[in-house]
Design a protein around this ligand. Sequence first.
Ligand code: CO
Length: 139
Amino acid sequence: MMTFRNIDHIGIACRSLEASVEFYRATFGLTLASTESSEEQGVREAMLPVGDSGSYIQLLEPLSADTPVGRFLDRRGEGIHHIGYAVENLSDTLASLGQAGVRLIDSRPRHGSMGACIAFLHPASVGGVLTELVQIRAV
Ligand code: CO
């Protein structure tokens, strides 16, 4: 049986990382924990912790129009892009989901933000929701 610990983050597509970080700061008082750029994923991203819940808002700005988040913005505009769940053991969880017939975008873990290991599940297998699994980052 797999174990989802909590919602690690909500990924939100935006056109301007600076403007969105400033919006979340000025409106909700959220502060910036880290900013990273990933050529592999085609995004610049910012992680903003939500209080002491252990959950984050992950703001995503595409590096170019021809990236997954760039195409998402073209089709749907700014908004929620994916949900990231924290799991105890990412490799085991992927194996059991794969056996259960869930379509995996990543059959093996890869590097995510803030040193985490991540993998995406295809939205076609999750009721239209792009779903990310995150192996708990070492504290
Ligand atoms: Co994410």
